[in-house]
Design a protein around this ligand. Structure first.
Ligand code: ADP
Ligand code: MG
Length: 256
């Protein structure tokens, strides 16, 4: 087995009396796509927010290649090599695809946003290479607000890749996408993972996507990790079926 890239141990966070995340542990290997699933309120977002630094854990450890991330700032964690996909904010939607990636490269190079006007040529070739990786080079000079939704998602992926992350966090990457677009985006993500040896931790509502693309899954319910394993094993796991039963969220294949 490959040595873990990420080791999460006994991670916990409470809000008032609610244990949003209650002592969970898991590993993530380089080149692995790990899905984090569970019903609403299970603690998925809280877990994500602790890994990328938005929230400080009450307990536990988050080791990236042996370095402790728990309690560090989002910026420090990002510099350690943890990237995440962001929705391109409205203010940046009028910028072109390549400009959005250039902005991410500026940030990586510790240049300030206020320098942007003077830095319009900043690493354009590198930005184009990143867009090429996601199949968006030909549309590089189109403003994001005229691109198809699935194409914007590709640009967002290129933005997240600008920092060459070792670990990429994706919170519901395919939300709002049509089934075909979903498959394209996840196939692309899988390709990038294989190509770069990066690891991906993602949450996802579409069980079709999870079962088709996750190498492994972890399942949360009420802050606890109740199951872990290959998609085929999770599908038939009695406790997992039980927590989803009656929530309106199911493992059934969604009608096309
Ligand atoms: P999920 O992403 O799996 O839907 P969350 O991590 O958002 O779950 O939430 C887990 C639990 O923690 C829920 O009971 C939620 O109400 C609670 N919670 C999450 N964030 C906060 C917060 N900032 N303040 C208070 N309670 C929160
Ligand atoms: Mg959530």
């Amino acid at each position: 087995m490959t040595a873990a890239l990420l080791q999460v141990r006994n991670l916990g966070k409470s809000f008032g009396g609610v244990k949003a995340v209650d002592g969970i542990s898991f590993d993530l290997a380089p080149g692995e796509l790990l899905a984090l699933i569970g019903p609403n309120g299970a603690g998925k977002s809280t877990t994500f927010n602790m890994v990328h630094g938005q929230l400080r854990p009450d307990q536990g450890s988050i080791l990236l290649q042996g370095q402790e991330l728990a309690g560090r700032s989002p910026r420090a964690i990002w510099r350690q090599g943890v990237g995440r996909t962001f929705q391109i904010a409205e203010t940046f939607a009028s910028l072109t695809a390549v400009e959005n990636v250039q902005m991410a490269l500026l940030s990586q190079d510790h240049l300030l946003f206020s320098m942007w006007r003077r830095a319009a040529d900043h690493r354009r070739d590198d930005a184009l290479a990143l867009l090429d990786q996601v199949g968006m080079k030909r549309q590089a000079d189109r403003p994001c607000n005229v691109l198809a939704y699935g194409d914007v998602k590709r640009v967002e992926l290129a933005v997240a890749m600008a920092n060459s992350p070792k670990l990429l966090l994706m919170d519901e990457p395919t939300a709002g996408m049509a089934p075909q677009e979903r498959n394209n985006l996840m196939a692309l993500t899988k390709e990038l993972v294989l190509h770069q040896g990066m690891a991906v931790l993602f949450t996802e509502h579409s069980m079709d996507v999870v079962f088709a693309y996750a190498d492994r899954m972890i399942v949360l319910a009420r802050g606890r990790l109740i199951a872990e394993g290959q998609p085929s094993a999770i599908r038939d796991h009695p406790q997992v079926q039980e927590v989803y039963f009656g929530t309106g969220q199911t493992f059934e294949k969604a009608p096309a």
